[in-house]
Design a protein around this ligand. Structure first.
Ligand SMILES: C[S@@+](CC[C@H](N)C(=O)[O-])C[C@H]1O[C@@H](n2cnc3c(N)ncnc32)[C@H](O)[C@@H]1O
Length: 222
């Protein structure tokens, strides 16, 4: 069962203390002990990512992928299942432990790491970069830095795919995440040599009750 209340309380406390990412670890730690649940745990890969990957003729063999803010690992397992040599990372050590525990025979290399201070060998190292709903959990100024850091992981000739909640610029900001990305923010991933291939404004699930998402794809020049 989703427990957004605990997540919101931890986020409010952490944000008030000036630590916008400090709430992820206690949330996952509590979830690992069965004391709460992870509100974004969908029990499978993000369907918009799955649909995009199945429509693309992705060339995977011998290629490296990275999954950002991987949480419990479902997107990473999906990407590895396509044939990519996959690294998946999260700020939360408990999230990484839970992902490894859920997928004990996984080929994914799960790593505890900070997008805002990634290992020195990672920038420009990945043929496929997958960002699903991580940046939307960060406020400014970390948000702007995170957008550049995501793009910066893409290798020459590589692809960045972003799936994230979408908003009009006029929407008031909620006191707690998620903070959907505006069009200007999604377009800002086209930095450091990346060129926007598509930015789709999608309803998911389809229909009036669905949320609004960006499905955006960027390509890095050779
Ligand atoms: C809203 S959750 C989304 C998780 C996952 N991508 C999904 O869609 O299920 C955001 C995730 O980003 C992670 N995260 C937040 N800031 C991060 C950072 N600076 N570096 C790495 N991971 C981060 C959190 O721990 C959390 O797992």
């Amino acid at each position: 069962m989703s427990d957004g209340h605990t997540a919101n309380r931890l986020a409010v406390e952490s944000l008030a203390a000036g630590d916008p990412t400090g709430w992820f670890e206690p949330l996952y730690a509590a979830a690992s002990l069965g004391r709460t649940s992870v509100p974004w745990d969908r029990g499978g890969p993000q369907p918009l990512l799955v649909n995009w990957a199945r429509d693309e003729n992705l060339s995977c063999a011998g290629r490296r992928a990275v999954v950002i803010g991987c949480g419990l690992g479902d997107d990473a397992e999906f990407v590895a299942g396509l044939g990519f040599d996959t690294v998946a990372f999260d700020l939360s050590a408990s999230a990484i432990r839970m992902a490894r525990h859920r997928f004990p025979r996984s080929d994914v290399r799960y790593v505890q790491a900070d997008l805002l201070d990634p290992p020195a060998t990672w920038p420009g190292a990945f043929d496929l970069v997958v960002e699903v709903q991580t940046v939307q959990a960060l406020p400014d100024p970390e948000r702007g830095r995170a957008i550049s850091a995501v793009s910066g992981l893409t290798a020459p000739g590589g692809t960045l795919v972003v799936v994230t909640a979408a908003a009009e610029t006029t929407e008031p900001k909620s006191p707690v995440p998620p903070w959907p990305l505006t069009r200007a923010e999604i377009e800002a991933f086209a930095t450091g040599g990346l060129v926007r291939q598509r930015v789709d404004d999608v309803r998911y699930p389809a229909g009036p009750g669905g949320g609004r998402f960006w499905l955006a794809v960027f390509r890095a020049g050779l």
